[in-house]
Design a protein around this ligand. Structure first.
Ligand code: ADP
Ligand code: ASP
Ligand code: MG
Length: 814
């Protein structure tokens, strides 16, 4: 014989009940079965809601009652369309009783736990009756037995304790003489020894099934629900969670005690000693394998079997020197809580015995505080201990696995994964048996923590990167396109799951928790909400996703001012915007400090040489112990383009215009032509070489004409280029006379930096630099004579975008 239990969703509609009936019919072909059912999905909550409303004198309880009534009568009509008068009469009669009970609650303004149990019992009593009658109407050998006549408890209403002696005998006696093949039992409901209606606690139908299974020593217990087994973690919170094939009783118990709702925690207890295996199956997908809970899984190799969490936790902290070495202190504390019937979920004590920390349900926190403060009134008055501190808004996350004790480094992994993602751990508890490591964290971090830990322990092969991009101009657009094109490659080859979660230009912004569909990102963005830097940050923070990366693809000063905020949230920053790194030295240093402190990389490879690996190479030299003596470089793709195309047959103005049109200059060409852009770049290289320097410290000899230097607007500036053509032709003529090429050179030597236009003679490495190429020569202790040279395209949207891309991937390889 087998016991099958079907949960709320499984019996939540006529369609699902038909599924259940098919499953039972199939099973009953070979053997007799017992089927325990929950109330129709959502009915228990609705009954309690109606009760609460009635208690509060809110006449709207009737509306809730009517939805309950309608739902049941519809199900009856759909399941038994013909000859259903008798069934409907019975259902209507129960509903009338329910209505009277609610009227009574409304009248007396009171809903005691005892009445509440009577109220919620209607759910299971109705569903079991309807299901049994439907089966009978279809000619199946089925009967319903009211479990209130079998399961006998004490009178602790809403969560009564079972008297196994009487209950087991009742069940055994009843099933000795049944004739039907299928017996339907309402779950959850029971009666006290005094004949009062009691219940086994929310979710308790699982428990009813286990009690019956154990009393009859059946061969297996099956819990049929709306998911395909016990998952590695809550599948509603972590999309990548998957069903656990096999798990031990102990592990299943730990997971359910720590919040895996799929199994009501006490369910394992009755079947454990008898070694009756429990199978978790999916009514909506009966062919799926599901999970087997038994002793077979005890020796499984996997150290962590699942992760679960319980919300609405409060942490009580009792501290004070008066606790040290005083025996009986903890006893008094726990006795106080026990007297108040407060369940302690987690305990930690500092080894100095200076403080003790308890995790309890938040709803009990104030009662607990009052009771404990009263117990220790004297000690508090004598300042031996402090009044108890209560923190709420917390949640417990637990790693569970029988085999964790045999593996080193699990807690290390746990803490570093959480730490890297800025999840603050308030308290830690590890059971002596090491089957469970629990941490207390803020409720708001739960989704992120579960995803991070699941990735760490169950999907270690892929890492999800959540990217927020600001600025989708020329470069930004290429970046998005490159990500779109490479997503599959990254997943298959680098095990990186890169998703763009936020996207913004100066007008609009969009967000998608599960990743923006990049096929239509432009359309989505143009329909997005109004952009703001604050709004973008707020959203990135609120989404609180692991491995979040803010990418700045603007040249905007205001955007650069937000990096510190992002880093403080452990959101990494990748920027092609040079402003932050070339701003005041203190600001640059602060960003580096925040990056270290919050474990959030700050990468800006594209600040110098676009996609060329200039900064990365420099960082590697320094990290491996080398020292930079001097740097010589041509760092402006735009100036190189300009001076490569300018000669006595072209006009300076036309060449600059052409450079702008091809995207080689900044939107304001003065930033390039004045040398400021190059000065910023050499400044960044100097700083990355370890030198404290500011932009003002860089000697900048401008080649612009007087009026060009003084121009107020971009248009005025362009006009000076036309007016001062002769000035620029002179520069060219001089170089030509000397057989030289004009190059805009940046130097860093002996702690000093300069930028200027120079005449470069034949044979010099800079002489043949073409198009918009850049070149950087590092003279270091290891490269004293022959410099380390990096040369290549140093400007352009595609190469800059791929430099940003490389920085983002670097975070994925962390
Ligand atoms: P039923 O009504 O069938 O008793 P429950 O709602 O009580 O179903 O339990 C099933 C639900 O438990 C799932 O839909 C899922 O949201 C939740 N759940 C939480 N943790 C887990 C887990 N580790 N594995 C499977 N389900 C889980
Ligand atoms: N119907 C009850 C509840 O919702 C019992 C159960 O479904 O297990 O809590
Ligand atoms: Mg349940």
């Amino acid at each position: 014989m087998k016991v099958l239990k079907f949960g709320g969703t499984s019996v939540g509609s006529s369609k699902n009940i038909n599924n259940v009936i098919n499953i039972l019919e199939d099973y009953s072909k070979n053997d007799s079965v017992i089927c325990v059912v929950s109330a129709v999905g959502g009915i228990t909550d609705k009954l309690l809601l109606a009760g609460k409303k009635a208690q509060n004198k809110d006449a709207a309880f009737l509306e809730v009652f009517n939805t309950i009534k309608e739902l049941h009568l519809n199900i009856v009509n759909e399941l038994i369309p013909n000859n259903n008068t008798l069934v409907k009469d019975f259902v209507n009669k129960r509903l009338e009783e329910l209505n009277s009970l609610l009227d009574g609650i409304f009248l007396i303004n009171e809903l005691s736990p005892k009445t509440s149990d009577k109220l919620v019992s209607f759910g299971e009593l109705l569903s079991s009756f309807i299901i049994a009658e439907t089966m009978k109407s279809r000619g199946l050998s089925a009967e319903r037995k009211n479990s209130q006549e079998l399961v006998i408890t004490n009178s602790v209403f809403t969560k009564a304790e079972v008297n196994y002696k009487i209950t087991n005998k009742n069940i055994q006696d009843y099933f000795k003489s049944v004739n039907q093949k299928i017996t339907i039992l309402p779950g959850f409901v029971s009666k006290s020894e005094n004949g009062e209606q009691t219940t086994l606690g929310r979710g308790g139908s699982d428990f009813t099934a286990a009690i019956v299974a154990a009393a009859l020593k059946v061969s297996q217990l099956e819990i049929w629900t709306d998911v395909s087994g016990m998952f590695t973690t809550n599948p509603k919170i972590v999309k990548q969670a998957y069903p656990i094939e096999e798990i031990s009783y102990q592990e299943a118990m730990e997971l359910s005690h720590f919040g895996a709702k799929v199994l009501y925690p006490p369910t394992v207890q009755p079947v454990l000693d008898l070694e009756i295996p429990i199978f978790i199956k999916n009514t909506l997908e009966p062919k799926a394998a599901g999970t087997k809970i038994s002793n077979d899984a005890i020796n499984s190799k996997k150290p962590v079997k699942g992760i679960s969490n319980i919300g609405n936790i409060a942490l009580l902290t009792l501290e004070g020197s008066g606790m040290v070495g005083i025996p009986g202190f903890s006893k008094r504390l726990f006795e106080t809580l026990s007297q108040e019937k407060i369940n302690v979920i987690l305990i930690t004590q500092a080894s100095s015995e200076h403080s003790i920390c308890l995790g309890i349900e938040a709803k009990d926190a104030q009662i607990a505080k009052a009771a404990i403060d009263a117990t220790f009134e004297n000690e508090i008055a004598l300042h031996k201990i402090d009044p108890i501190i209560v923190e709420d808004g917390l949640s417990i996350v637990a790693l569970v696995g029988d085999n964790m004790k045999n593996h080193q480094g699990i807690s290390g992994k746990l803490f570093s994964a959480l730490g890297k993602n800025n999840v603050n751990v308030r308290a830690i508890a590890q059971g002596a048996s090491e089957k469970n490591i629990s941490v207390v964290i803020a409720e708001k971090d739960v989704k992120k923590a579960l995803n991070v830990l699941h990735e760490q322990f169950f999907e270690s092969k892929t890492k999800q990167l959540n990217v927020f991009i600001t600025g989708v101009g020329n470069v930004g657009e290429r970046l998005v396109e490159q990500i779109k094109q490479q997503r599959k490659y990254l997943k298959d080859n680098l095990k990186i799951n890169m998703r763009i979660v936020g996207l913004s230009n100066s007008r609009k912004m969009i967000f998608k928790d599960a990743g923006i569909d990049l096929k239509s990102w432009k359309e989505q963005l143009s329909d997005g909400e109004e952009a703001s830097l604050q709004g973008f940050f707020d959203k990135a923070k609120a989404l609180n996703l692991r491995n979040s990366i803010f990418v700045d693809v603007t040249a905007n000063k205001e955007v650069a001012q937000w990096y510190a905020q992002y880093l403080r949230e452990s959101i990494s920053v990748v920027a092609c915007n040079k402003i932050a790194c070339s701003s005041d030295y203190e600001n640059y240093k602060e960003l580096k400090r925040l990056s270290l402190k919050y474990n959030a990389p700050f990468l800006f490879e594209t600040n110098v040489g676009a996609g060329l690996p200039v900064i990365d190479t420099l960082n590697n030299l320094i990290a491996s112990g080398d020292k930079v003596n001097s740097i010589q470089a041509v760092l402006s793709g735009s100036l190189n383009f300009v001076f490569n195309n300018f000669n006595d047959t072209t006009k300076f103005y036309d060449v600059v215009k052409q450079a702008a049109a091809q995207g080689y200059t900044e939107p304001d060409p003065r930033i390039d032509l004045s040398g400021v852009d190059v000065a910023r770049k050499i400044l960044i290289l100097a700083r990355e070489s370890g030198v404290e320097m500011n932009l003002e410290d860089i000697e900048n000899t401008s080649f612009l004409s007087e009026s060009g230097l003084k121009s107020d607007t971009v248009d005025d500036f362009y006009q000076t280029l036309i007016d001062d053509e002769a000035h620029y032709q002179d520069l060219y003529a001089s170089a030509k006379a000397n057989d030289c090429q004009l190059k805009y050179v940046a130097k860093f030597d002996n702690g000093k930096a300069s930028v200027s236009l120079q005449e470069i003679p034949v044979g010099h490495p800079f002489y043949n630099l073409e198009g918009s190429d850049n070149i950087v020569m590092f003279y270091t202790e290891r490269y004293p004579k022959q410099p380390m040279i990096i040369k290549g395209a140093g400007a352009g949207a595609d190469v800059t975008a791929s430099g940003l891309f490389a920085d983002i991937i670097r975070l994925g390889n962390d």
